[in-house]
Write a protein that binds this ligand. Sequence first.
Ligand SMILES: *Cc1c(COP(=O)(O)O)cnc(C)c1O
Length: 454
Amino acid sequence: MKKELDLFLKLTDEIIEAEKDHPVVKPIDPNTLHSALDIGLEDDPVMDDRFESALRDLVMNTPRTASKRFFNQLFGGRNSKAVLGDLLAVVLNTSMYTYKVGGPMIGVELEIIKQSCKIVGYGDRGTGTIPTGGSMSNLMAMIMARDFKKISVTREGISGKYVLYTSEHCHYSIPKNASFIGIGLDQVRKIKTDEQGRMIPSEIELAIEADLAAGNIPFMIIATAGTTVLGAIDPIEPLNRISKKYNLWMHIDGAYCGSIMFTEKYKHLIKGVEESDSFCYNAHKMIGTPLTCSIFLTKHKDAMHESFSIEADYLYQTDHDEFDLGKTSLQCGRRNDALKFWAVWKSIGTKGIRRMVEHHFHLADVARDYVRSHPDYTLYSYDNSVSVCFNYKGIPAKALCKGLYQNAEILVGYGEFKDQQFVRLVTINSQIKDEDVIAFFKTLESFASQMTLV
Ligand SMILES: *Cc1c(COP(=O)(O)O)cnc(C)c1O
């Protein structure tokens, strides 16, 4: 192992050095990957030298998501404590399904769940798990909501049209999961949003009444805390009231911005979260842990067992029900996604996480101020969001983002809202500073000036 660890340290040093001078790698055309890199697998082993150079070429040509020029998706940066935790998880290679195999790591996952439940306001009634991402957290919520409506569904299968209500700007995992859970894509009601991209509660009531009149079975509302493009947060309290009135499961998809629960300044945006039935947030987004780390929480301990627990004598051979996390999981083998998050939380405390999340909002304020004070820009997003959406000099966003990518300047994406396409800058890297945000705009402007010359 020593040889590999030495190589690991060497390559990591090289990556970190390279990120400083070349924050964006020149992309390789996917059709030429095999000629550009030594990627092919062969019958015969390769010598150490060739192995090392093949590996080096691969890692050095991989997009640099931890650099100061990566604003493409809802994650970024590199938290060194989280990396340490994750590396140790790999070295230990436990599986988090039983206490027998996971040992104290099970306690680590349970502590994250417990503290998260406390912050959300579920308190001691709360429970949860760490699925393989936000899409899977949403899937778990949807399965539980379906079963909660009628538990016999788990044995008999679904009958009747189960309908759920979510934002027209919901994450695509929701329609996808709707097909998985057997209710069908057609039973997802995409509710209209207001001018800032938030679901309009009265529209949900209208849709529910129409479904009831048609003999359908409304069973769930899914609110979004941080829509993928604008970062909009649906109005939780009115949605809670509707869910209670019609006896629907209320889930909040906070994969993107649910971590605002850690802040003082922004948590009012999800006021009423404690009244929901389930909630999730992705630590691999706002909290900067490596992918993936999504925390799924629910108030209904028993319902979680009812939906996910199946006996398996070959696996569960000790009496540790509460510590056998496989019993409330979608998977069998479970990666230890808890330790990396625990390493961050333990080292900087809840207060440190609060500062981290608030820093992202501060960076977004810096970006919005810049856009607002420069007349060549048009702003399309709103305050209290870490998505800053804009256009520059009317240049089509798609062409601008593509040019920046192909010329290895910046990785940033574009989005759309109400038929308007724009650049979406995501300020979710806690290692960057105000001047890095300004440098983003300066780089974009200088690139755009060459672009128009061509
Ligand atoms: C990112 C995101 C998801 C999906 O999370 P993954 O971990 O990528 O599966 C779901 N919902 C929202 C609102 C998101 O931003």
